[in-house]
Design a protein around this ligand. Structure first.
Ligand SMILES: *Cc1c(COP(=O)(O)O)cnc(C)c1O
Length: 375
C-alpha cells in the first residue's frame, strides 16, 4: 500500500487518477502519442481541454456569466495579474484587501505596485473571541467588519489560508458591506473543489491547481465576463484575461499535461458524487481530526474554532522537543509530509479531497499511539 500523503502542495492526487495517467502515459486512447507530445491545437488535446472545462463548469455549477480560464504562474502570479486586469476598472486604480495570513499579505503587497491599495480588514492583532484570546493570524475577521471603500475596483480575500489553517466559510454579499458594485475576488487555491461556491456573491475566484485540483503548473481563473477587458496598458498580453478568454485559454501553449491531469481529477470528482459528496466527506474528515486534537493533552490547534480550515490542519506538540521523534515515527508508519510550514513550525496535516477518510483515521491512530507513548 502507498503511504498516506498530507502535503500542503503539491499534494496527494487520487490513486485512480495516477493509475489512469500511468496507463495512458505513452499512448493516449490509441492515438500513438503521449498527452505530453501532442499539439495543443490538435483534435486530441482540444477534446481533453474542452472536457476539462465542461466538467469543471458542471462540478461547480459555474454560471454562463463567468469565463473559466486556464492560466500559468500559480496564485503568486495572479497576485499581479489580478490587479493588472481589474484595478483599472472605473479609472481610480483602487483595490482593497482583507489580511488573514501569509498568502493574503503577499497578495496585498504585490498589488501595491499597481495602485492605491487599502486594507479592508485584518486579523493581524490579538483579540478575544468567545472569551478566548486569539493571537494574530489565528482568527478570521467577521465579514460584517470588513470595510471596503465603495469606489474600490475590487475586494480581495484569501478564503483558505493554507499555512495558517484558516478558512472563510461564508462569503458575504457585497451589498451587505455597503459596496454592491465592488466585486469580491477570492484566492481559493487550497480549498478549491472542496466545497460549493455561491457565484452570486463573487466577481472572480482563482486557484493554483496543485493543492486540490491537479499537479502544479495550472492556475484556474473563474472570472465574471463583465470584469474582463480593463487590463492596464502594461499588462503582458498573455496575462490579459481578455486575450486568454478570446483564445479559449490557448493564447499561448497552455500547461497541457497539467490540464489533462486536472481533467482526470474532475472526472474522478464526478464519480465520487460531485462537490456535495466530497464536501460531506471533508466535513467528516476534518471534524474527526479536530475533535481528536481538542481532546488530547499532547496536541493543540490554536485557530479560532469557527475559522478552522477543513483542508489544512496545523497543530503543535505541547512538548516541542518531541517534534523530530513525532515526524520520524509518522514516516515509519506511512504518514508523509506532516511537518508544518517553516514560518509557523509544528505540524500540519493537509487533508484534501484526495486524502481519504482511512488516511485521516490512520493519522488519528498514530497521534493516539504517540501520545500514549510520550504524553
Ligand atoms: C499555494 C498558495 C499560493 C501560491 O501558489 P503558487 O502556485 O506557489 O504561486 C497562493 N495562495 C494560496 C492560498 C496558496 O495555498
Amino acid at each position: 500500500m502507498r503511504p498516506w500523503n498530507f502535503s500542503a502542495g503539491p499534494s496527494a492526487l487520487p490513486l485512480e487518477v495516477l493509475e489512469q495517467a500511468a496507463a495512458e502515459l505513452t499512448d493516449w486512447h490509441g492515438c500513438g502519442m503521449s498527452v505530453m507530445e501532442m499539439s495543443h491545437r490538435g483534435k486530441q488535446f482540444t477534446q481533453i481541454c474542452t472536457e476539462a472545462l465542461v466538467d469543471l463548469r458542471e462540478l461547480l455549477a459555474v454560471p454562463d456569466a463567468f469565463e473559466i480560464l486556464f492560466m500559468q504562474g500559480g496564485a503568486t502570479a495572479e497576485n499581479a495579474i489580478v490587479p493588472m486586469n481589474l484595478i483599472g476598472r472605473g479609472g481610480l486604480n483602487k483595490a482593497d484587501y482583507v489580511l488573514t495570513g501569509i498568502w493574503s499579505n503577499k497578495s496585498h503587497k504585490e498589488a501595491q505596485r499597481y495602485g492605491d491599495v487599502a486594507v479592508a480588514a485584518s486579523s493581524g492583532t490579538q483579540v478575544v473571541i468567545d472569551g478566548q484570546t486569539q493571537e494574530p493570524w489565528t482568527w478570521y475577521p467577521s465579514a460584517s467588519d470588513w470595510k471596503p471603500r465603495p469606489d474600490t475596483a475590487y475586494l480581495h480575500i484569501c478564503s483558505n489560508e493554507t499555512i495558517g489553517g484558516l478558512e472563510c466559510a461564508d462569503w458575504p454579499d457585497m451589498a451587505s458591506l455597503g459596496a454592491p458594485e465592488v466585486p469580491l475576488v477570492v484566492d481559493a487555491s487550497s480549498h478549491f473543489l472542496s466545497r460549493s461556491i455561491d457565484f452570486g456573491k463573487v466577481g472572480m475566484v482563482y486557484a493554483g491547481a496543485q493543492k486540490n485540483a491537479g499537479p502544479a503548473g495550472l492556475t484556474i481563473v473563474i472570472v465574471r465576463k463583465s470584469l474582463i477587458g480593463h487590463a492596464l496598458p502594461g499588462c503582458p498580453s498573455a496575462f490579459d484575461y481578455a486575450n486568454v478568454a478570446a483564445a479559449g485559454s490557448m493564447f499561448n501553449t497552455p500547461p497541457t499535461y497539467a490540464i489533462y491531469m486536472a481533467g482526470l481529477v474532475f472526472k474522478w470528482l464526478k464519480k465520487q458524487g460531485g462537490i456535495a459528496a466530497v464536501e460531506k466527506a471533508n466535513i467528516a474528515k476534518s471534524r474527526a481530526l479536530y475533535d481528536y486534537l481538542d481532546g488530547s493533552d499532547l496536541y493543540v490547534n490554536r485557530i479560532q474554532p469557527a475559522a478552522r480550515s477543513r483542508m489544512n490542519v496545523p497543530f503543535f506538540l505541547r512538548d516541542e522537543s518531541l517534534n523530530s521523534a513525532f515526524l520520524e515515527g509518522a514516516e515509519a508508519a506511512g504518514l508523509l509530509q506532516l511537518k508544518g510550514h517553516k514560518s509557523v513550525g509544528g505540524m500540519r496535516a493537509s487533508i484534501y479531497n484526495a486524502v481519504p477518510p482511512e488516511a485521516v483515521q490512520a493519522l488519528i491512530t498514530y497521534l493516539q499511539d504517540f501520545e500514549r507513548r510520550h504524553g
